[in-house]
Design a protein around this ligand. Structure first.
Ligand code: ARG
Length: 577
């Protein structure tokens, strides 16, 4: 058997798109939005196509007439038992029973659960997290780490070769200021305790000094020149700064379960910066303006981009240009995805525009997100500080522990702590990932830890409960393998659950295409809610033989989808909560 199972929803969408296309070929109307959705009510069939409603205006026809015309030319679809025109222009689609059960039988045998391997042979490079040396990770880097980590897993799951690269900010003028400041202000004790906090304090102090004392600034510049020229002492100090910062970032990565294939800081590309200038010159892109080297981007309607400052220093964009060239040459990716906060939108528009002018053909994508507001007090003075992020994670675990202790008093304390860790971290991640990344959100403990709403703990709890159905079955009917019984869908809610299960592969694909983890989160929440009404409304272990096994199997599939889906979001699924 092939490892690929065609996605039901996707084939229905293609079928409907074909029908609308044939019916309205010569109208020039945009039919790209024609698709199918799972019916909200089993009375309306399994799927619905509501495209006619939106096309009424463009086609200047009543939607019902449009839907009828499409249906008239739709022809047969092998999985469809019947279609029905309903209300003002909805098309209700009911699948053949066996189409649905055969599909689920097939995917239940696959470790991919039917997720299409569209990425086989293709490479995606993901640039995410990317904090700066000697500065604490701010909330933007944390969101980048969590969102980037999810996208990383989505693409791997779709069969892509993913190269994850943490583009640390470890080079630039700030190191002159830092080195000079370090030599004068370092407090050894604080340095041992919180190296990154101390480095940041030194930096701020030294930076202020540059404004007060012109000779201070000269001295900083001098240290920078020495560093860039490879001076041994400065080089050693710089390496120390990088090491201290990385150790701190590493602690966060470990708690969040993130690993990178590469951690190549900006310094890695330093030697290639003159080459970027040469390429820009060769393409006639660079001009001098007020002593600086700039690229004009009037055609793109963008402000000029400085690539080399008057004092000879290179800019952030120049490093990104060197980086892209190196990545294309080394990995030949189809796509490079950069995940940062919204404040870098202009930078990426300028940088991508220059790439296109330089002839870079790789698809470049900036995935940006709004800055999440954090609970009052937790991050009060300096936002997103690493130490405090660790405190936020500590607090999540402490709060989760109280919940676990209350719901599982009999569990041994070590296990309680282990479950609380998974629940606490999962709650923080889910609170981030379940939101549309481009909206302003405020994190609250109540929402993040709610056991009855759209939260990480709710889904983890749902998973544990579903997984326990299998155990109960095994207790009651020892030695019987429910997998041997065929799937049968007798109740409407059972059927709806099956239809929703069939959408998992498409959901992963869509989330990756839209760069939106929330698509997966919404799906999992919806699936677990449908499961709840299934569980509450139909008997399981008391059902007649055959039906009982089928239900237990369906349950097992829901559990697998939840586990895999949460896993894609980087959320663990403890077996017991
Ligand atoms: N270090 C940068 C910052 O903190 C983010 C880097 C993002 N990646 C990139 N290739 N520009 O703002």
């Amino acid at each position: 058997m092939s490892d690929e199972v065609s996605m039901i929803g996707a084939t229905l969408t293609a079928w409907m798109r074909g029908a609308f296309g044939r019916a309205f070929a010569d109208t020039g109307a945009d039919l790209s939005a024609v698709d199918v959705v799972v019916s909200t009510n089993p009375e309306f069939g399994d799927f619905q196509c509501n495209a006619a409603m939106a096309l009424g205006k463009a086609l200047r026809q009543p939607p019902r007439q449009i839907a009828q015309a499409a249906l008239a030319v739709a022809g047969e679809h092998p999985a469809v038992a019947r279609t029905e025109l309903a209300g003002p222009g909805f098309i209700n689609i009911t699948l053949k029973d066996e189409a649905l059960t055969q599909y689920l039988e097939a995917v239940s045998r696959l470790s991919t659960l039917g997720v299409p391997q569209v990425g086989v042979g293709k490479t995606v490079l993901l640039d995410y997290s990317s904090p700066n040396v000697a500065k604490p990770m701010h909330i933007g880097h944390i969101r980048s780490t969590i969102i980037g980590g999810a996208l990383d897993r989505f693409y791997r799951c779709l069969g892509y070769r993913v190269i994850s690269d943490n583009h640390i900010g470890d080079w630039g003028t700030q190191f002159g200021i830092l080195i000079h400041g370090y030599r004068h202000f370092v407090d050894e004790e604080k340095l041992r305790e919180y190296p990154v906090e101390e480095l940041e304090r030194i930096y701020v102090k030294s930076y202020e000094q540059t404004k007060a004392e012109p000779t201070w600034l000269d001295a900083c510049r001098n240290e920078l020149v020495k560093l860039q020229a490879g001076d041994a002492d400065n080089r050693r100090l710089w390496e120390q700064f990088v090491q201290w910062s990385m150790a701190e970032f590493e602690r966060v990565y470990q708690r969040l379960g993130v690993k990178f294939d590469f951690v190549r800081g900006e310094s890695f590309y330093n030697d290639r910066l003159p080459g970027v200038m040469a390429a820009l010159a060769e393409h006639g892109l660079v001009r001098e303006s007020e002593g600086a080297q700039v690229v004009f981007l009037e055609e793109e309607g963008l402000p000029v981009c400085i690539v080399r400052k008057g004092d000879g220093g290179f800019n952030y964009a120049t490093t990104d240009l060197a980086t892209v060239a190196s990545r294309v040459a080394e990995f030949a990716p189809e796509k490079i995805i950069y995940v940062t906060d919204e404040r870098q939108q202009l930078h990426f528009r300028q940088f991508f525009a220059i790439c296109r002018r330089l002839g870079v053909t790789t698809a470049l994508q900036h995935v940006w997100f709004g800055l999440m507001r954090l609970p009052e007090g937790t991050f009060s003075t300096r936002q997103g500080n690493v130490i405090r992020l660790e405190r936020l994670l500590d607090e999540a675990e402490t709060r989760a522990l109280a919940i676990v202790q209350a719901s599982r008093p009999e569990m041994d304390p070590a296990q309680q702590r282990e479950v609380a860790r998974a629940v606490g971290i999962g709650a923080v991640k889910y609170a981030d990932l379940s939101q549309n990344p481009q909206t302003q959100i405020t994190f609250t403990w109540d929402k993040a830890l709610a056991l009855d709403g759209n939260s990480g703990p709710y889904l983890q709890y749902a998973y544990a409960r579903i997984a326990s159905v299998r155990d109960k079955y095994a207790e009651r009917f020892p030695g019987i393998d429910p997998e041997a019984a065929p799937l049968q869908l007798t109740e409407p809610v059972e059927r709806m659950l099956a239809v929703k299960l069939s959408r998992f592969p498409e959901t992963v694909l869509r989330a990756a295409e839209l760069f939106r983890p929330s698509v997966v989160a919404d799906y999992l929440y919806d699936l677990s809610q449908t499961y709840s009404s299934f569980y509450q409304n139909v008997p399981f272990l008391k059902a007649p033989e055959g039906v009982r096994e089928s239900r237990v199997r369906l349950c097992g599939l829901v559990a697998r989808v939840l586990k895999q889906g949460l896993g894609l979001l980087g959320i663990e699924t403890p077996g017991r909560i």
